[in-house]
Design a protein. Structure first.
Length: 461
């Protein structure tokens, strides 16, 4: 029996892996996804590659009319950032980049990303999963939600949650069931209680949305124990985990990186309950808009059918540029680059936390993030023991939207990250861009805003 190990040393016997059958996902698809039909044109694209077959199929523009003959760009070396390498996209690579392409993505980039998932998550071909490329991971998340959730459905969302998904669920008129989180990730005991006490005769949620590394907004990273418990609950209560992981490569904790849900499900009786979303925005370029989803074929097919009827595909040209860069680096170069990026954000975090310790000690509470680019902190707006029970004394919105802005600093009140928009004393601050001098000024101004709020509430300044 052949065995391999993932990046965390877990021994995996691939010929013993059992995958959920495609028919299993019929109950997980939304009515909209079931109504969609394959594109009459795009579904036949693969046949154009058949040797000897003359295609009169697609209305592709003739490449001889395109003015571009080559594209050249410079990129920093992952090994020595002081050095630059000149890369050129030309010939067949450019021809593919300038033309319509397969809905799921350029084959060369898909193959590279498959290799990346095998290296980082221990996932091999033949396990019932594949990859689709999207215009950023949010594009794919939106299409996944639309493919799996009907209006009126209940969905499980970690809370606080990434603000970008709240409108997705709102637009579908979903019942968002908040699952509490803490510094160790989703509170699995809370999740179990929700599911075990679910009203009889009411369909249970089909999906759980979570950001397990450096969560936006809380900065939390889910522990191995919590991840395993959530996976167990997914099997017991039959839901799919939407693993949104844009900060996977921005982990800078001292302990070895925890395996992803996508990797951990190899230890389950069968694979196929995780739909994973990765992003290149935080490590290559936000503007290039490349993300990719990894998961069961049936769910990826539903996403691709949405793409085929909306934007046809992700830009072939940006895919060709990204592949040229990644191929020149190789997997080792990519690893070195991402480790340098994570070290960069670790240093930014340390600068920010030093300023918080200097100015906010006694005025705010927080846990130190181990990934990502955010601090999530609770304002101590007064000294009343039950302050959090009162919206007027435990709500950060008034301080952040008025007093902080008046002092010259912008941040986000925690209420925007809560599906029901309730009052909360928490605040999210990003440390990704500003330099040390501005960090010091910003936190000092925030301190002044908090002190003003405490005086206004009658609390001791």
């Amino acid at each position: 029996m052949a065995a391999t190990s993932d990046t965390n040393g877990t021994s995996i016997h691939h010929d013993a892996i059992k995958r959920l059958p495609d028919a299993f996902y019929d109950d997980f698809l939304s009515d909209l996804a079931k109504e969609r039909k394959p594109s009459a044109i795009r579904s036949l694209f693969p046949l154009e590659k058949t040797p000897g077959l003359i295609s009169l199929l697609a209305g592709k523009p003739n490449a001889s009319t395109f003015p571009f003959t080559s594209l050249t760009f410079n990129a920093r070396s992952p090994i020595n950032p002081e050095e630059e390498t000149t890369l050129t996209v030309s010939g067949d690579d450019l021809a593919q980049g300038l033309q319509y392409g397969d809905t799921a993505g350029l084959k060369a980039l898909l193959d590279w990303l498959h290799g990346l998932q095998e290296r980082n998550h221990g996932r091999k071909s033949g396990e019932g999963w594949r990859i689709s490329i999207g215009s950023g991971s949010q594009d794919l998340i939106y299409k996944a939600v639309a493919a799996m959730v009907n209006p009126g459905d209940s969905v499980l969302v970690e809370s606080p949650v990434y603000a970008g998904v709240i409108p997705m669920f709102h637009s579908l008129h979903c019942n968002q069931i908040e699952v509490n989180t803490d510094s160790q990730g989703i509170q699995s005991a809370s999740l179990r209680t929700i599911l075990e006490q679910w009203p009889e005769g009411t369909p249970k949620p089909k999906v759980l949305y979570t950001v397990p590394y450096g969560c936006n907004p809380t900065g939390m990273t889910a522990t191995l124990e919590r991840r395993k418990e959530v996976l167990k609950l997914a099997r017991e209560h039959n839901f799919i985990i939407l693993e949104d992981d844009p900060y996977f490569y921005l982990y800078y904790g001292k302990a070895p990186r925890y395996p992803s849900y996508f990797a951990l499900e190899l230890e389950e009786p069968e694979v196929g309950r995780v739909l994973r979303f990765d992003s290149l925005s935080k490590i290559l370029s936000a503007g290039i808009r490349i993300g990719f989803a990894s998961g069961p074929e049936a769910l990826l097919k539903a996403i691709d059918q949405h793409t085929a009827t909306s934007n046809l595909q992700t830009s072939s040209l940006t895919q060709a540029i990204v592949f040229k860069l990644l191929d020149s680096w190789g997997y080792e170069g990519f690893r070195i680059h991402t480790e340098r990026v994570s070290a960069f954000y670790a240093a930014k975090r340390d600068v920010f936390e030093r300023a918080m310790n200097k100015y906010l000690t006694g005025l705010a509470e927080w846990s130190t993030p181990e990934a990502g680019m955010f601090f999530w902190f609770k304002l101590r707006l007064n000294d009343t023991p039950d302050a959090d029970a009162h919206a007027d004394s435990g709500d950060s919105a008034a301080v952040i939207r008025t007093k902080a802005v008046e002092k010259g600093v912008l941040a986000l009140p925690g209420t925007v990250f809560l599906p029901n928009g309730r009052a909360t004393p928490y605040v999210r601050a990003s440390f990704s861009l500003i330099g040390e001098e501005d960090v010091d000024k910003a936190i000092q101004r925030l301190r002044d805003a908090i002190l003003d709020a405490r005086v206004a509430s009658g609390s001791t300044a």
